[in-house]
Design a protein around this ligand. Structure first.
Ligand code: FAD
Length: 376
């Protein structure tokens, strides 16, 4: 039977659902600035949460799994937050109760930071035959199994469906990690009709297109309409593959729309610039699972990170009965795309585009400094 935990007699109960980038920053903030008279619980599907900035470097073999993960359990302990290892599957907004697979809990203020998963459902066969890049923990297991199988297979034909930043970094990291182990391996990247990196400036697209060409990675620009056991079917024909990795645009977890939130057309919680749900002010949302109506952005870890500090302040304000403050993100932001070989392409504001090994070293420095704040 489901265990039920409720708010304390005195004080308030804040529940954080998901241990994404924004909540990691919130927890770090609470280590030094705990909200007064508040009991806090974090419900997380995984005790170790991956840092997206280091994911491509991990896949390319430059970082260990330990280096790329934030230990949520340890961070919660430092912040005096109870960690509950569970997956939230429903929410009763009227009764203010969160339902996980193992237990349900009542809250006064709720914050959601559960990310998004690539949309496998709308392409027949993808759910069965392709490996989605999220959840990362499952993807990492498949990735390791792929390496183990390498020893026994004659050849490898690997495809990545989805040519946004995640898909491009993934195919380049895979190429770097596997091409030398498996000479003759083939790599295929599938972009939609919108082409390679549709949300990135022309200069970035041009550089990465030429990187793909140089490495002998095939770029297919045609809608993928089905996946079978050994092929990807596009409008220009089928491509035979041994492994298909799925990195298409993000889908929302269905329980958020089912709970009754106002969402965007994809089912992500619509929020004000304060990161409060536009329909339910006692609920905050950040990162990929939120759609900040005033400042729409691509789904990227860097934006989830930026929302961390204002989220921490606004949660503290809401718990104290004060009005949360608006958060205005920077209009121009730095985008870094790594190319697997310890090199990267940087762009800012759509104009400035730079590339080279030094960009990767700079990114490495930024990423390691980010992770250091979670170490004791
Ligand atoms: C291959 C690849 C490379 C990428 N590279 C970059 C990059 O270099 N830079 C960048 O900015 N972005 C990158 N991204 C995008 C980035 O991964 C996401 O935008 C980012 O992870 C979103 O962060 P988040 O905090 O919203 O959620 P997430 O990082 O997805 O974290 C969500 C957390 O919530 C937990 N959770 C999920 N569902 C539930 C539930 N129902 N109940 C309880 N807990 C739950 C999960 O276990 C996880 O800990 C990349 C993506 C891919 C696929």
């Amino acid at each position: 039977m489901a265990h039920r935990s409720g708010p304390t007699q005195s004080g308030q109960h804040l529940i954080l659902v998901g241990g994404g980038h924004s909540h990691a920053i919130v927890l770090r903030h609470f280590v030094d600035h705990p909200p007064p008279d508040t009991r806090i619980t974090l419900i997380g599907r995984e005790p170790l949460t991956p840092y997206s900035g280091m994911l491509p470097g991990f896949l390319a073999g430059h970082y260990s799994a330990e280096e790329m993960h934030i230990d949520l359990r340890a961070l919660c302990r430092r912040a005096n937050v109870r960690f509950v290892h569970d997956e939230v599957i429903a929410l009763d907004l009227a009764r203010r109760v969160v339902r996980g697979r193992k237990e349900e809990a009542a809250y006064d203020v709720l914050s959601i930071n559960i990310g998004a998963t690539p949309d496998c459902r709308s392409t027949p066969g993808a759910e069965i035959y392709a490996t989605p890049v999220k959840p990362i923990s499952q993807f990492v297991m498949r990735w390791r199994a792929l390496f183990d199988r390498m020893a026994n297979v004659m050849r490898l034909r690997l495809g990545v469906v989805g040519a946004g930043a995640g898909g491009v970094e993934l195919i380049l990291a895979a190429h770097h990690a596997l091409a030398s182990v498996k000479p003759g391996a083939q790599f295929h990247l599938f972009a939609s009709e919108r082409g390679l990196l549709p949300n990135h400036p022309h200069g970035v697209r041009r550089r990465l297109e030429s990187t793909l060409r140089r490495r002998g990675i095939y770029l297919h620009q045609a809608r993928v309409y089905a996946v079978t056991e050994n092929s990807v079917c596009t409008e220009q024909g089928a491509v035979t593959l041994d492994e298909v990795l799925w990195a298409t645009s993000a889908a929302a977890q269905p329980w958020m729309a089912a709970a009754g939130f106002v969402t965007d057309s994809a089912g992500f919680i619509r929020t004000d610039a304060t990161l409060q749900s536009t329909s339910h002010k006692h609920v905050f949302a950040a990162g990929d699972c939120a759609h900040v109506a005033a400042f729409p952005r691509q789904k990227a870890g860097v934006f989830a990170v930026r929302q961390g500090p204002p989220l921490a302040h606004n949660l503290t304000r809401a718990l104290a009965g004060q009005a949360p403050k608006r958060f205005t993100p920077q209009r121009k932001f730095l985008t870094l795309i790594s190319t697997g070989d310890k090199s990267a392409v940087a762009s800012r504001g759509g104009r400035l585009v730079l590339e080279g090994a030094w960009i990767w070293r700079w990114k490495d420095w930024i990423d390691r400094r980010f992770m250091a704040q979670f170490e004791r």
